[in-house]
Design a protein around this ligand. Structure first.
Ligand SMILES: Cc1cc2nc3c(=O)[nH]c(=O)nc-3n(C[C@H](O)[C@H](O)[C@H](O)COP(=O)(O)OP(=O)(O)OC[C@H]3O[C@@H](n4cnc5c(N)ncnc54)[C@H](O)[C@@H]3O)c2cc1C
Ligand code: SF4
Ligand code: SF4
Length: 1005
């Protein structure tokens, strides 16, 4: 017995004693909230478990669904620290008669992590790689370890990997992959997860702890002779195997992607009675995995990608067997519907040109030790295969290869919500057939879809015969659901006729369990049930899934009772047909917001690893708020407020999420209603109204700066504003930009007209940036105009949900700008979040106003204006290195191309690494209770990289908050691109001598 399990037993005994003596059960340091439908269970768990125990409405809402069509509110949620906590949870739940469902990243598509049970989330804490043995090619991991967390460093350091790489490889856990028997593009190399598991430690529902793996005959004899629980399990398994062996050999389809059903074949003598592998794919219904030892496989150092274009996806499918003969390490497919859907939605726009002519494509990858060998393999294959293709192309630049993989992996996002069309769902998305049957299967499948008047795109892991698709099922009306059910019957028959498997990697859950009878026959399905009862006789683990499963039409997330109210909103939610309810439904649960290694989304989760702080968790809470069952107090809900509180409004999700969930906007809408008629927290007034304070401060900036920087006084100011004592408040410019501009003599009174948007930050604080912009625009021959009077896009107001005030400001902006808007004069913004506000928030808030729409189209960043609007613009040269950090709103709403292009056109050596969010995010990091998180976000990637940058390298950043964060947390300061242009013009191509060149261009002199 492991130390942690025995420690937890001791704790349990102590608790039982306390209960008998009537002493309180709560243990110190637990985080149980007294709420939910089973408060006593919650309390008992909180006393026994060292990890989090949350039975409150917020957590129950967050875990109601996974990435499937199903929804069931759980009893509560436990995030165990270790195997001991798992054992303690099982014991308490068993004592209280509460079933348990395990969960990793929750990206399952068949409903297997959605259940009205206690949810045990092993992904938060149990994420330690316990051992890596490159010599023996083995790794030992806890179940919460993410596939890429293990595989990526191994690939670069040891040339080894774990080939089953789900499209969710950057966030799916080993526990989940083992639960579902997951596969991926590179399963072509070594098969499914089950084929790569060596042994596992498991805890059973009754508390038995076992280590399982292959069982040599003598060991099997020994175990079966034991009289304890272990002996009973082994002899029952052997008896089951002996009875069913012939049937298993006869009825289990011999195809690469048989994932439906349980792996009883692993118990056959010819497979070595591999008990661990027989448990892989049981979807948390038999045992809880607390540790796994997995096989590692040599990973080619170099790879080369061949893309083959065909007349149709069916022709592509026909060609798969020939392609597989060329020995690829992956063979994936996409069709023209998917590519067109992406194009229509502007997704991956820069990557789609990599796809050659055709209407169906195979993306085929070859690996070898050297680039030459990989290229040679791909070239030879191309020569052999191109006769059957309409176009082919070979890529050997890793960036192009990554881009093509992203096109393939973007399948789900591209096909879920088509603008102006019906929503598309999983529900028959994972069938697999023998690869040689793929063409015939797909043609018949298309006919079936046509007969039911469904549409879809077809893509997937074709090299192993697996087809993915999202279909426009009607899951909201009785007729639609009935039609779907009929379709499922025929679709299952079709797969089985072709010798296939209902599921090729996603598992059966509740979507496909009903059809196991068709695939295996009643005797084997009964054997699956017996297998499950051997491990879990009481059925306490994940009831209603795979075995004795719910009907596929039960517990639907939508269903015939889905009837959300039409909520009156300030934003118009144009991508969601004007409905907040649809926006709250938008998240498809794919889990990308839990990728803590790349991208911007979701900075709060990257620090806390708490599902509540993912974009997905927030979306779930909003969905449940609209639904009104788990969260019942609508816009006033404290739970929703809590879940949204640490959202930095960075819009990372709008840019990175495959279905563009825009949590910053949902949060602004929520806060608007939440605080209606009530006082808001102090920072809403101190920072949300910064445009007002800045204007007042500009009358006596020296006095205000003295006030906010004098010891004692500054603490009072921060205290009054609800701000952190750890940050210095920004200094106001001694002369606001407007006053300077009024004195300024234009260099080109008849030049190209342009309006410079003098935002609050670059007018009253970093006025030198606005002056540099005037300099750069005039250098380019422009006549610069600045709006009269104080204008502001209201950006800080959105973050606090002060939407009525924001609307008033926007209407005033339109009044001021109307002559320029109607004359078509471009408006150049310097602060990326202001440009984003005009392009994004403005047309959604004032959707009735044509001038608002026009202004959105006419507002540009400085680089966009210089490069796209001026003909023959030649920037001044500057031969320096630059590291560029783009504001999150810039990346999410505006795109980064022009900023980089401009700097490159200047002759700069530009790097723009994926730094994520700076952490300050507007005024977020100034708030008293957000400072710590803000710093942790910045310390993830950006701040260490800035500290490491050579002293003569320029740090370029346009966002006020990013610049402030860098300035306050490092010894460097970032320059706005306008200041970089000015530096080049003033100092010539070599720039100023000496280190830290930014010292010559202060934002506030
Ligand atoms: C966009 C998208 C793309 C996908 N692409 C692929 C793909 O290419 N290939 C593929 O195979 N799948 C794919 N999937 C499905 C899913 O991502 C994988 O099955 C993944 O491995 C699940 O991992 P998870 O951590 O999310 O597990 P979860 O969904 O949390 O859990 C999966 C199952 O494992 C069980 N489980 C979790 N932890 C344990 C444990 N410790 N002990 C016992 N049981 C446990 C759960 O109860 C559940 O039944 C995709 C899903 C989405 C949304
Ligand atoms: S918010 Fe977006 S990225 Fe996160 S789970 Fe939902 S769909 Fe996926
Ligand atoms: S806006 Fe940023 S912090 Fe908020 S949910 Fe989206 S990615 Fe996360």
């Amino acid at each position: 017995m492991s130390d942690t399990v025995s420690a937890s037993r001791e704790r349990l005994q102590a608790l039982a004693k306390a209960r008998r003596q009537g002493r309180p059960l709560r243990a110190p340091g637990t985080s149980h909230r007294d709420a939910g439908p089973a408060p006593e269970l919650g309390q008992a768990l909180a006393a026994a478990v060292r990890g989090e125990v949350r039975f409150d409405a917020a957590y129950r809402a967050i875990y109601t669904t996974d990435s499937s069509n199903y929804r069931q509110a759980p009893i509560g949620v436990v995030c165990p620290l270790d195997a001991g906590d798992v054992a303690a949870t099982l014991a308490i739940c068993r004592e209280h008669g509460a079933p348990v469902t395990l969960r990793g990243c929750g990206t399952s598509l068949a409903g297997q992590t959605t259940n009205a049970t206690v949810i045990v989330d092993i992904s938060r804490h149990m994420r330690e790689i316990l051992e890596v043995d490159p010599q023996r090619r083995l790794a030992r991991v806890q179940p919460g370890v993410i596939r890429d967390q293990l595989a990526k460093p191994l690939e670069s350091e040891h040339g080894l990997s774990f080939p089953p790489d789900t499209s969710t490889h950057a966030y799916a856990t080993f526990g989940g992959m083992i639960g579902n028997n997951s596969c991926g593009a590179h399963s072509v190399m070594t098969g499914r997860t089950s084929d790569n598991v060596v042994s596992m430690k498991v805890v059973l529902h009754d508390g038995t702890e076992l280590t399982v793996g292959a069982t040599p005959d003598d060991e099997l004899e020994r175990l079966c002779a034991k009289s304890d629980r272990e002996g009973q399990i082994y002899s029952a398994l052997r008896a089951l195997r002996d009875r069913e062996a012939d049937r298993i050999r006869e009825r289990f389809p011999d195809i690469p992607r048989r994932v439906s059903g349980f792996n009883l074949d692993e118990l056959l003598p010819e497979k070595g009675f591999q008990v661990a592998r027989s448990l892989v794919g049981t979807e948390g219904t038999c045992a809880v995995v607390t540790e796994a030892t997995v096989k590692l496989t040599p990973w080619p150092r170099s790879r080369s990608l061949l893309i083959l274009g065909y007349e149709s996806i069916f022709h592509a499918a026909d060609h798969v067997p020939d392609v597989m003969e060329t020995g690829p390490m992956a063979c994936e497919a996409i069709d023209d519907v998917l590519v067109d859907d992406m194009r229509e939605q502007g997704m991956e726009a820069d990557k789609l040109p990599l796809v050659p002519d055709g209407k169906g494509w195979l993306i085929v990858e070859y690996g070898a030790d050297t680039r030459e060998e990989a290229d040679a393999k791909a070239s030879a294959a191309r020569k052999k295969l191109e006769g059957d293709c309409v176009a082919t192309h070979m890529y050997d630049d890793p960036q192009d290869e990554n881009n093509l993989w992203e096109v393939r992996e973007g399948g789900l996002g591209a096909t879920a919500y088509l603008p102006g069309g019906a929503d598309h769902y999983e529900g028959w998305e994972d069938s697999a057939v023998p690869p040689e049957q793929l063409g015939s299967y797909l043609r018949a499948f298309q006919k079936l879809l046509d007969r039911h008047e469904y549409d879809t795109s077809l893509y997937g892991h074709f090299g192993q015969g697996l087809v993915h698709c999202r279909i426009n099922f009607d899951l909201r009306s009785a007729g639609g659901i009935q039609k779907w059910r009929h379709f499922l019957e025929e679709a299952a028959d079709l797969v089985i006729e072709h010798g296939g498997s209902l599921s090729g990697e996603h598992g059966d859950g509740q979507s496909r369990a009903w059809a196991l009878d068709k695939m295996y026959g009643p005797e084997l399905v009964a054997a699956f049930g017996e297998f499950r009862r051997i491990w879990d006789p009481e059925g306490g683990l994940n009831p209603g899934k795979v075995i004795d499963a719910f009907e596929p039409t039960q517990n639907l997330k939508l269903g015939t009772d889905y009837n959300p109210p039409k909520l009156d909103t300030r934003f118009n939610f144009p991508e969601d047909g004007g409905h907040f309810a649809h926006a709250a439904l938008r998240c498809v649960g794919a889990g990308k917001c839990r990728d803590s290694s790349s991208g911007t989304m979701c900075p709060s989760y990257q620090v806390t690893l708490d599902e509540e702080h993912t974009t997905r968790g927030r979306a779930r809470v909003l969905f449940e708020m609209v639904r009104g069952e788990v969260i019942t107090d609508g816009w006033r809900s404290k739970e929703v407020h809590e879940a949204l509180d640490l959202c930095l409004s960075c819009k990372g999700c709008k840019g990175d999420c495959p279905v563009n969930v825009d949590m910053a906007t949902y949060k602004a809408e929520f806060l608007h209603h939440h605080y209606k008629g009530r006082l808001r927290p102090l920072p809403a007034y101190s920072m949300g109204l910064i445009m007002l304070w800045a204007r007042l401060a500009s009358r006596a900036p020296r006095f205000v700066n003295a006030l906010t920087h004098t010891p004692g006084l500054r603490s009072l100011v921060k205290l009054a504003g609800g701000l952190t004592p750890h940050r210095e408040l920004p200094r106001f410019a001694r002369e606001p930009f407007g006053e300077w501009f009024a004195r300024h003599t234009p260099r080109h009174p008849t030049g190209t007209p342009v309006v410079l948007w003098a935002d609050t930050f670059n007018t009253y604080l970093h006025a030198e940036v606005a002056k540099a912009a005037v300099f750069a625009l005039e250098d380019a021959g422009c006549r610069v105009m600045v709006p009269d009077g104080a204008v502001c896009c209201g950006r800080p107001l959105y973050d606090y949900g002060m939407l009525a005030t924001a609307e008033r400001l926007l209407l005033r902006d339109l009044d001021v700008l109307r002559p320029h808007i109607r004359a078509g004069v471009p408006v150049v913004g310097l602060e990326p979040s202001c440009v984003a506000a005009f392009r994004d928030e403005l047309p959604s808030l004032l959707s009735f106003d044509e001038d608002a729409r026009r202004l959105g189209l006419q507002t540009l960043t400085l680089p966009e204006f210089l490069l796209d609007h001026l003909t023959d613009y030649e920037p001044p040269k500057l031969h320096r290195k630059a590291i560029v950090h783009l504001h999150c709103h810039h990346k999410a709403v505006l795109g980064s191309d022009q900023e980089i292009q401009l700097l490159e056109k200047m002759g700069m050596d530009v790097e723009a690494p994926d730094f994520g969010c700076c952490g300050l995010a507007g005024s977020f990091g100034f708030e008293r209770d957000k400072y710590e998180l803000s710093m942790k976000v910045g310390e993830q990637r950006l701040l260490p990289a800035v500290r490491e940058a050579p002293a003569d390298t320029l740090i370029v950043g346009d966002g006020f908050s990013c610049k402030t964060q860098i300035e306050q947390a490092t010894s460097r300061r970032a320059l706005h691109v306008a200041q970089v242009l000015m530096m080049a013009a003033e100092h010539g191509p070599d720039g100023p001598a000496g280190d830290r060149p930014e010292r010559l261009y202060p934002d506030v002199p």
